[in-house]
Design a binder for this molecule. Sequence first.
Ligand SMILES: Cc1ncc(COP(=O)(O)O)c(C=O)c1O
Length: 451
Amino acid sequence: MEAVEVGEEGTFRLPSQIPLIRTPIPGPNSKRILAEQKELESETVIYPKGFPIAIKRAQGSVIEDVDGNFLIDWFTGISVLNLGYSDVIRKAVSKQLGNIWHTMEIPTEVRIEFLKELRNSFPSSMQKGYKTIFGISGADACETAVNIAHSVSNKRASTVAFEGAYHGVHGGIVAATAGRAYKSPVFGSGFGVVRAPYPYEMWYDYDTNDTLSFLDKVVNDPEAGYEKPDSLIVEPILGEGGYIVPPEGFLKDIRDFCTRNDVIMIVDEVQTGLGRTGKMWGFEWDDVKPDIVCISKSIGGGVPLSAIYYREEYDAKLPTPFHLGTYRANGLALAAGVAVLKEVPKHLERVRLEGSEFKKKLGSIGSPLIADVRGRGFMIGIELTDSQKKNPLPKQDMMTIKHEMLRRGLVMHTCGHFGNVFRFMGALNIPSEYLQTGSEIFEAALKKVAD
Ligand SMILES: Cc1ncc(COP(=O)(O)O)c(C=O)c1O
């Protein structure tokens, strides 16, 4: 058994063999900590059910549990750690800690550096004429984006959102806040939403034209029963909804629809952003220019941070105060964000090339349970069904596969309309051998359930 040492930067040397499984999972220390968590923390906690371990530390794409088991991370805290548990982030945060970490909106050098790096991360046509508002979470960013649209349209009109969308769970509490200023329609305490179909060819027989026809009806048919929406929020690839890649040109068509009908186009890049799909931003695949972009997850490298990048002309219509929150743009998160924005571009080409190869490799696994493999870059979904491809694989079988993989040293998560999609969302800098080893573990776990 190999010794594991603590290194100079608080990092540690990994064993040469990864994964390294020393105890049954969960091991005795994990069991003790999980029991303590159960006693002290709410029953509503969900992730330890899928991943019954307690974590000691992590390095790059390797997680060490408290029993000395070393696991490959294909989970990245749900696409928050696009650079893995990276020394670049550790160093940036440690350095910032020596300066300052909480200043409200009073500017610091790191805040301005972040704002400039964020602006430079967009295509050149979006590096002018846009501004940033900070938030803390993805939900916070999406809610603020819709509030911007309400401000611009000067009313609380409805927003188009898609089937399978996930934009977070947030808001509503403003209704209990007393200040008259916060009663203005721009502070949403619940939105009107028109739900539109998102092309999902595996189960539903509709395509982009059906989506567009529905949207045209919503806007242009006064007898259809819809209020005219002021905005539309869309994920370039559905994240929680099942890693569903829409047909090529979908975002372009949505952009045209929005432009024609004076609807503000909000692109939710919370999960697709920061290199996940092999481009800095997911909307770049369709070469469109959104009006508002929602950013979170990997932007803080694991330190909570979100940002809303929006057309500067909207500023004239935003009331002051507008978006509030004590913890927005924490200095540590901004320092991590600068590191992320500088580092991610170095990995994009690799993610595009290796992602496309890896998708093929996953598609070549000969399991009767695999019905579809899809994705872009390092955002790959594998949809599982029964062997007749008629029904989604039941949730208990998905859980068995997840636990089977964990026992063999792979942390992999699910998503999807029916919870039947496994998703690869490894770090952009994950070593290639962890893709190979991970896919062997995935295949073995599938076989166990299929058998
Ligand atoms: C596309 C998308 N938008 C918004 C959110 C909400 O982010 P948060 O959980 O930080 O509120 C998520 C979370 O998974 C997401 O995937």
